[in-house]
Design a protein around this ligand. Sequence first.
Ligand code: NAD
Length: 458
Amino acid sequence: MAFFDAAAMMKGLRGAYASGKTRSYEWRVSQLKALLKLMSFHEKEIVDALRSDLSKPELESFLQEIALLKESCGLALKELHRWMAPEKVKTMMTTFPSSAEIVPEPLGVVLVISAWNYPFLLSLDPVIGAIAAGNAVVLKPSEISPATSSVLAKLLGQYMDCSAVKVIEGAVPETTALLEQKWDKIFYTGNGKVARIVSAAAAKHLTPLVLELGGKSPVIVDSNVDLKVAARRIIAGKWGCNNGQACVSPDYAITTKEFAPDLIDTLRSELEKFYGKDPLKSNDLSRIVNSNHFNRLSKLLDDDKISGKIIHGGQKDIANLKIAPTILLDVPEDSLIMEEEIFGPLLPILTVNNVEDSFNIIKSKDKPLAAYLFTNNKKLKENFIRNISAGGLVINDTTMHLAVPTLPFGGVGESGMGAYHGKFSFDAFSHKKAVLLRSFAGDLSSRYPPYTPKKLNL
Ligand code: NAD
């Protein structure tokens, strides 16, 4: 049984939306400013919640959640006038004389279901898009990050217009109750299995969806690179992003047999510089979110098929749910660790004879959310861009594309559908209404019956 009356809540939201207030420029600006204020005044509370949920290091919380959101909000405030403006487009002879424009309009009442790993960012970034586009919105944060969920509920309740912006906390029963309602858009972040449940619920009402999912994001390392920089950027994207619990973290690496020893040595030495000799004691590594995920990752490491393949790390601290940065070499393709998204601090390295052979490995799997390549070879870069399908590609870095708001962020195939960030967030929550304006002049009789042969010859 649901713990709240979803139908009554929806009725209230529909009323707020129908009043027209969320459509006004002023309302959108006031809500975006309220979000900025909430983040500035309560930064410590937010960082504390993230520490409680994930032992997320303060700098990661700030840079990877709060600062990104402030930028996102700031950009929406700066660009909102332009985004809301109708876009004039060309017309054809067939409608002469006429003019045409594309008018963005809000979709109505939308639902955002978010995940636990970046619980603040992944909750509020879509909400920024929904508000900027003029919708009423309900946010359902993840129950797996309860401290952040509760801070979100409290602060949004305090700062936002609660008639049109709501937070519903809870797990499967609450989400199920929400999904029974008819939404104008559902924006879901999480795994593909639940995405199918969300999609089935949305289909009943023909509700459009954005699905922000994950997958096995590969990183290819060529031999002609600045290895120290490459290693540091791989570490930053893997262990420096929530200890690998990030949708865009490199899931596995591929390099040549010849180059693997150099890559491994450099990763090892840089890891030691970042996290010390005993990384389980480091305050700069997030813990695994809960014992379910800790056990899931332990199972990947206990798989008989990878016995003897751990070449670095592997230490675990079950009491504190910590797993050290772990590197594995040449694990079999049919091992558990290569069959599912790792979403944690384990990095298998596969080796190939020729760096371009890595493309076949990537193409043999579902399309990932991101794919990375480190190289100085121009031809290889071009082939990578042409041949590898993924939500996004980055050359000579990892994860940083998500900090570029002029790029759409989203998956393809199993890694998701639709995209957001910057103007793409506004578009994700808008309908682009086609408007054709004609006058009474130039009314050609040829379009009207009777369709005489003379008209046909025109
Ligand atoms: P999660 O467990 O927090 O679940 C996501 C949301 O789904 C939660 O709000 C949860 O309450 C809801 N949910 C769970 N079971 C449900 C059910 N049976 N019915 C309805 N709702 C349900 O997060 P997760 O799925 O463990 O997240 C990790 C996955 O998300 C990974 O695959 C990761 O790659 C992906 N991810 C993607 C992005 C992205 O932006 N593309 C970002 C973060 C995570």
